[in-house]
Design a protein around this ligand. Structure first.
Ligand SMILES: [Cu+2]
Length: 174
């Protein structure tokens, strides 16, 4: 779907650009007084620049309003379950692997050796949360599972020969 939209949009703008080039080529043979044209298009340029600046100011303010982005989505007053995660070549050490649907969870992710990527996948292999697992540093990632099932932890950073066997499991029940 997204690809189709991107493809059609690209094609549309390619045609628009080609049409503009064509018009310029055709009109280039015409001789006209330059001053009035210059005046008119300088005005247009100022107008569009102003519109653009206002537009981007609005977009910037709108997209920054939820900063900082890594705040827990379940609210300040609820105490989350803290899960310590240590990535090691080639596996995951987790203080807890069984959770309830709707339980707010805060994973504290670190690494015992090299840099790994901590990625949580649902049963359809959709990535639902991820963070970097770094030695001597703890990254926090907040999640609440909406569906029961078996979730998989996969390493998202190539970390050596056993990278692909670095799979952990989480059980989420009602
Ligand atoms: Cu790894």
């Amino acid at each position: 779907m997204v690809q189709t939209v991107a493809w059609v949009t690209s094609l549309f703008f390619m045609i628009v650009v080609a049409a503009v080039f064509l018009i310029v080529v055709i009109k280039s043979k015409e001789k006209r007084d330059y001053e009035p044209i210059k005046k008119k298009w300088y005005k247009a340029r100022t107008f569009y620049a102003t519109i653009l600046v206002i537009f981007f100011i609005v977009v910037t303010i709108y997209t920054l309003r939820e900063l900082p982005y890594d705040q827990p989505v379940y609210g300040e007053e609820i105490k989350p379950t803290i899960v310590d995660v240590e990535a090691l070549q080639f596996g995951w050490k987790m203080s807890e692997t069984e959770f309830k649907v709707g339980e707010p969870i805060e994973f504290h992710v670190t690494s015992g050796d090299v840099t790994h990527g901590f990625g949580i996948y649902d049963e359809n292999m959709n990535l639902i949360a991820q963070t970097q697992a770094m030695p001597a540093y703890t990254n926090k990632v907040y999640t609440t599972f909406d569906e029961p099932g078996t979730y998989e932890i996969l390493c998202l950073e190539y970390c050596g020969l056993g990278h692909h066997v670095m799979i952990g499991k989480l059980e989420v029940t009602e």
